[in-house]
Write a protein that binds this ligand. Structure first.
Ligand SMILES: [Zn+2]
Length: 339
């Protein structure tokens, strides 16, 4: 059941003729008029297309929709949470729907998933001087074990050290949640981020799955917005009591921009690296940190071919370089605009 919100469509009219620059300072919230369907707010894709200058460049084939502008390509599929922005896979919180001959995208996705990517300059400027790297696992917590008996905890530390060197070479200060093979609890990792002067937190992991010949590739997680379900979970909305606002939700839009830039850097920079997408989860280290935070799963140790690639220091260096480059691009986006 759909009820048109009052003055729905008026904003779209007002926006026609307004360049992106005019609206660049506005927050995404309240940018669009919304319609309610099934208790959720949705934005009409026609309004979105106009706002982001996709105008006149629509293509629809069955359930697949492609929007093009001078700056970007946005592809999505009706009733599917998977979408692509400039060929990078992004998992929406809610599937786009079709109702009353209109294509609709959830307002939360427009505000917290798409807008930070489409308009990085409109994301709140949180300047970056210090970056905290978090090599996953350590000590008795070995993490995943590869088919060549590779232990995740060693490879996360190796990757973090490589990323750190590259960030320092770019002039950033860096901190690490661990520098040796010792156990650090998830709570301590988040506490370290919150009690330090770090401006960004990047947790590094490698994946594992059964069967071992199954999945491979990189995925980058950022925190699920309050009240919504994570990637892979059923498309359901939970009461705020259950998935309440966490410290990490203060930076929802920054989290997404950081995750997108890291994922884009890695899949664009490494040939043959499978793009598993930017995903949403409530991992403790990204939920409890009050600064922009992401968790990178840099590949599957359980996949023998990917594990073999990861065993080569030159490949790990390449992976580190793309991750560092993504962080650096995020830091540049956080610089105050020069008039
Ligand atoms: Zn891990």
């Amino acid at each position: 059941m759909m009820r048109p919100a009052s003055a729905f469509g008026m904003l779209a009219l007002a926006l026609a003729g307004a360049g992106e620059g005019v609206l660049s300072a506005q927050a995404a919230e309240g940018m669009f008029n919304t319609v309610r369907v099934g208790g959720r707010n949705y934005v009409n894709v026609a309004d979105l297309a106009r706002f982001y200058r996709f105008e006149g460049n629509w293509k629809r084939a069955g359930l697949d929709v492609t929007l093009r502008s001078k700056w970007r390509v946005f592809r999505f599929r009706v009733n599917n949470r998977e979408c692509f922005v400039n060929r990078v896979r992004i998992w929406l919180n809610d599937a786009p729907i079709e109702a009353r001959n209109s294509l609709l995208l959830s307002e939360v996705d427009v505000e917290k998933t798409l807008d930070p990517i489409f308009r990085p300059w409109a994301v709140r400027k949180l300047p970056v001087r210090t970056i905290m790297l978090d090599p996953g696992h350590g000590g008795e917590d070995r993490g995943a074990t590869g088919t060549h008996r590779t232990l995740e905890k060693h490879y996360t530390l190796d990757l973090a050290a490589r990323v750190e060197r590259l960030l320092r070479a770019e002039g950033f200060r860096t901190l690490m949640t661990r520098r040796k093979d010792g156990y650090v609890s998830l709570e301590d990792r988040a506490d370290m981020a919150n009690s330090s002067d770090a401006n960004v937190f990047v947790s590094l992991h490698f994946n594992s799955a059964r069967p071992s010949r199954g999945p491979h590739g990189i995925e980058t997680y950022c925190l699920t917005p309050a009240g919504l379900s994570s990637t892979g979970a059923l498309t359901r909305r939970f009461g705020l009591g259950r998935f309440a606002e966490a410290p990490g939700n203060r930076c929802d839009r920054n989290n997404m921009l950081l995750a997108y830039l890291i994922q884009q850097g890695a899949v664009g920079g490494i040939q043959g690296l499978e793009d598993r997408g930017v995903k949403r989860a409530r991992f403790h280290v990204i939920r409890a940190t009050g600064i922009p935070a992401v968790l990178v799963e840099g590949g599957f140790l359980s996949n023998p071919e990917e594990e073999k690639r990861l065993l080569a220091p030159a490949y790990r260096q390449q992976l580190a370089a793309t991750i560092a480059a993504g962080i650096v691009r995020y830091a540049r986006a956080m610089k105050p605009a020069t008039p």
